[in-house]
Design a protein around this ligand. Sequence first.
Ligand code: 45D
Length: 322
Amino acid sequence: MALTIQSAQNIFSNTQVPSQIPATIALFDQLSVDDQLAYLWFAYTEMGKTITPAAPGAARLQLAESLLNQIKQMSAEEQTRVMRDIASRADSPISRSYGFFSVNTKLAFWYELGELMKQGVVAPIPTGYQMSPGVQLVLEATKKLDPGQQITVLRNTVVNMGFDTSDLGPSSYPKAVEEPAFTRTAPPVSSVKIDGITEPAVLGYIEAMNADNFDQAISLFTPDGALQPPFQKPIVGHEAIAKYMREEAQGLNMMPQKGICENLSDGSKQLKITGVVQTPWFGVTVGMNIAWRFLINPEGKIFFVAIDMLASPEELLNLRRV
Ligand code: 45D
């Protein structure tokens, strides 16, 4: 039987126990735009008492510079309007430019705005703003998450902002820009050991990713292979996966701990591995508990890998299939 992405998505389906991350984002989505901006400000400053992201490098900030300069020169009212436009995905010039930013450039843009807000150069919250009870509710829900989940909520809200440029068509795309590299927070791990796992494609994948060697990682996939990031649809084919990795997988420290491997009747194998991932934004201070679910074809190539955020640390030990 030919492998299909749809059937691959269902391996170890008990991994996807309901996560509080989409639930929290759903609450956030119901807030008015001013409440959303206020929530992000309170959540970010509250979080900043224990963890703060690393400052994005100069090369990264340069990509957002023209937008930031425009905003700095605006009146407080105009600044508020721009932030409302971006947060509500309005079709305005600035919200369009933001919509074309890569994930990490979006984060860098807000990082810098946050700094400017702390310095009083940019207005944090609209004047006369009255907090609705909903904000408190989402803040309470956020407090219950572990730090890895909290930064995922912040990241995903920022990613969803800006005018949705996916429908505009290639002719409107700005020239592709080189993604600046992240500095690694730890030296690359040269030999990977995972309790219960000897599959070369999996060990090779982790080793290549920990060295930002994406060409090497992609050579382990079948040409029609797919990678499914947390809460996203599968990304299919070498070219699309390579683009994704350059934009979003740089500088990650992957620390798989243990796993199981099961042989299927057609000669393929399914594996589930749990462990911790660190993002270069927070370095070693925040770990995200995740699972990788691999489907390896009979020739030893990766046909599918899904990355799932675990609902709780207990899920690190949940390697049973049913
Ligand atoms: O609106 O094997 C203000 C893959 C107020 C690849 C603000 C992976 C106003 C394959 C405070 C200014 C990548 C899938 C906003 C593995 C306002 C693979 C600012 C997994 C917005 C393992 C807010 C990787 C700010 C994973 C500045 C799971 C927020 C990576 C900043 C996860 C938030 C990475 C930041 C995560 C969040 C990174 C910097 C969750 C970064 C999160």
